[in-house]
Design a protein around this ligand. Structure first.
Ligand code: 6R9
Length: 649
């Protein structure tokens, strides 16, 4: 861990929205009197019926309830669109850059975006989509992604975006879990010069869902290439939209009505449909977008996260649009056609704020100076990362190469469930420490607990919990409120448990040490080991499987798999290839195993629990220190596994 401190520079201080003492004052106010603080901040957004109640929360498991602005009514798109159309209709909302460098770009002003949203909202209505209906969205990074999300919000429908890298099986699971009758997709997407068959994936997914569940599939013709058409079910996006009026009265919803569902991995079972509601989410994401990025209304802003993840929802769509920001949206990847693409894109659009992921930085860093060669990057003011811990080496490289050693990096810690940033520096406020997410955002009261639930004081390491609610907090898991209570509010009574571990240093800065549950973080994507294991055992040849995370230079964590094959099945390189392919098709390419080790048996306790601790150590060559193996049913397997690991590596 690095001890370097990068104090706030004079240059950053001069243009900062807040001074350190203003932050302190606001922070104290936000946690000492959350009612008053959030009543004031609630005015950031447009309400059709103003709230009179602010906070109504209990974290006690038996009386769990989380409500913010509960009697307020609104439609979020009035904050994201209408008010900007009234004030600055010609301001650019989205600059879209295609995968192909030099290909046709698109520019949408707030007026353009609003009209497109209204047309599609009318289109959805004409197909029978009503308030509260779940619309599944499986699109590439094109403006229609934003348009679709906001069109759903316009009519009170609930979007459930599925990341474009997920497989048909994963789409099917999400459609079914959400009882979703409508799907919006695209014939193909582009990624690094290749097309991705999104529509074919949806068609395959629908073969796996109950026959009459999905009524309509709306297909955007994005790539000039044919895809199969199902005349009864498919609707052409443009044909649908062209027939519609560009006026659509917003459907007013309650602050606590659901805005969207987003699935994420947990340590057990199938992915959880995390539910976010309209009012509190919008207040919190717009407030954090403003202060963490020092957004003044003028900057051009680029959140590189795919909208299929929470970072894209909160900081490529809802937060920035509520603030009337000019956003860059990019369909491609930062290292295609070469590692200089990201820097060229920053110069092309004169981007001031860049929000990215440590894995992208590490991938570019592997190319030395190449990624910034010939680029000016003088527009850059603020850099930021999310999704996983950033190693100090990558931090410094990013700081020097993209930030000219003067733009602060905001390392933001948060989760799908938190809806918005929780621990983060702020420009002009926080002295930076590479690798530390530093201090809490307004209204956030973090604490560290030991395993018995005792709050630790001062310098300490422990389980990271949050003591009180904040407006963007998830309210439930779709269709499974019990699981919501169990997962987040039962480990430590009275607290929200993040499942992350953290250390607090002498200055009170937080350092995330990673998940304390069986969730991996591969290239910033969350994946349950249980999810990958159950995909593997669903294969005919597999008897048992255990998955552990291992350090990986670029991805942060790699996926290491132990597989016990069924009796009579031969282990072979072909079988390895087959299993890798299988996992990719069951979950998606993001779950591709990096290493498969054949295991004659897995180390288990007498009660039959797999001892992952041992498997983790073997996979990372730490045999010396395997800890107590005496409770194993058959301690002999350990030696065999070590041998197998050495043969493999
Ligand atoms: C926003 C997002 C959440 C998990 C979280 C933690 C890890 C996210 C981090 C970080 C260290 C950061 N994580 N940000 N770890 N430093 N700045 O990524 O949400 O996909 O739900 O992942 O990611 O382990 O628990 P999500």
């Amino acid at each position: 861990m690095s001890n370097a401190i990068y104090p706030v520079s004079d240059e950053v201080r001069e243009s900062a929205l807040l001074t350190p003492s203003q932050y302190d004052e606001m922070y104290q106010a936000s946690v000492n009197d959350p009612e008053a603080f959030w009543a004031e901040q609630g005015k950031r957004i447009v309400w059709s019926k103003p709230f009179t109640q602010v906070k109504d929360v209990s974290f006690q498991k038996d009386d769990l309830h989380i409500r913010w602005f509960a009697d307020g009514e609104l439609n979020v798109t009035e904050s994201c669109l209408d008010r900007h159309v009234a004030a600055t209709p010609d301001k650019v909302a989205i600059y879209w850059e295609p995968d192909t460098e030099g290909g046709e770009t698109r520019t949408l002003t707030y007026k353009d975006l609003s009209e497109s949203v209204n047309k599609f909202a009318n289109g959805l209505k004409s197909l029978g989509v009503k308030k509260g209906d779940v619309v599944t969205v499986y699109l590439p990074m094109v403006p229609e992604m934003t348009i679709t999300m906001l069109a759903c919000a316009r009519i009170g429908a609930v979007h459930s975006v599925v990341f474009g890298g997920f497989s048909p099986e994963a789409i099917a699971g999400r459609i079914e879990d959400g009882s979703s009758e409508f799907v919006v997709t695209s014939n193909f997407g582009w990624r690094a010069g290749k097309t991705v068959p999104l529509k074919a994936n949806v068609d395959r997914a629908l073969e796996l869902t109950p026959a009459d569940l999905v009524k309509k599939v709306i297909v955007l013709n994005h790539v000039d290439q044919e895809s199969a058409v199902n005349a009864d079910r498919d609707v052409d996006f443009h044909e649908l939209v062209n027939a519609q009026s560009s006026e659509c009265a917003p459907t007013i919803v309650n602050a606590e009505d659901p805005l969207f569902i987003l699935y994420t991995s947990g340590s057990t079972g199938k992915p959880k449909g995390v539910v976010h509601t309209a009012g509190g989410y919008l207040v919190y994401t717009s407030l954090s977008h403003k202060y963490v990025f020092n957004y003044t209304g003028e900057e051009t802003y680029w959140c590189m996260a795919d909208i299929g993840w929470i970072t894209g929802h909160s900081y490529a769509v809802y937060g920035p649009l509520t603030n009337g920001a000019t956003c860059v949206m990019f369909e491609g990847v930062p290292n295609y056609p070469d590692s200089g693409r990201m820097a060229r894109l920053i110069d092309k659009y004169e981007i001031n704020i860049v929000y990215t992921a440590p894995t992208a930085i590490r991938a570019l860093m592997a190319h030395g100076d190449k990624p910034v060669e010939g680029a000016s990057l003088k527009s850059v003011k603020i850099l930021a990362t999310a999704g996983e811990p950033i190693n100090p080496e990558a931090w410094r490289w990013f700081y020097e190469k993209f930030g000219d050693s003067k733009c602060p990096i905001m390392d933001t810690w948060w989760q799908t469930e938190t809806g918005g940033m929780m621990l983060t520096p702020m420009p002009g406020v926080t002295d930076l420490k590479p690798g530390s997410a530093t201090k809490p955002f307004f209204g956030v009261k973090p604490a560290l607990l030991d395993n018995d639930g005792k709050e630790l004081e001062g310098e300490a390491s422990g389980n990271l919990v949050i003591c009180d609610s904040w407006p963007a907090q998830s309210r439930t898991i779709f269709g499974d409120h019990e699981r919501f209570k169990e997962t987040y509010f039962s480990s430590f009574e009275g607290y929200y448990f993040s499942s992350d571990g953290a250390r607090r240093d002498a200055d009170g800065d937080y350092w995330i040490t990673g998940r304390v549950d069986d969730v991996l973080n591969v290239s910033g994507h969350r994946m349950g080991t249980a999810e990958i294991e159950s995909a593997l055992v669903a294969h005919d040849s597999v008897a048992e499987a255990a998955v552990v995370g291992v350090p990986h230079d670029i991805k942060g964590q790699g996926i290491y798999v132990y597989v016990t094959l069924n009796e009579g099945v031969q282990s072979s390189d072909e079988m390895r290839t087959e299993l890798v392919k299988w996992v990719r098709s069951e979950i998606g390419p993001i779950a591709t195993p990096d290493m498969i080790q054949w295991a004659p048996a897995l180390p288990k306790t007498r009660s039959g629990k797999i001892m992952r601790r041992i498997l983790r150590k073997i996979a990372t060559d730490e045999y010396e220190n395997l800890g107590d193996t005496s409770t194993l049913m058959d301690p002999g397997v350990v030696d065999e596994l070590i041998k197998g690991h050495n043969d493999l590596t």
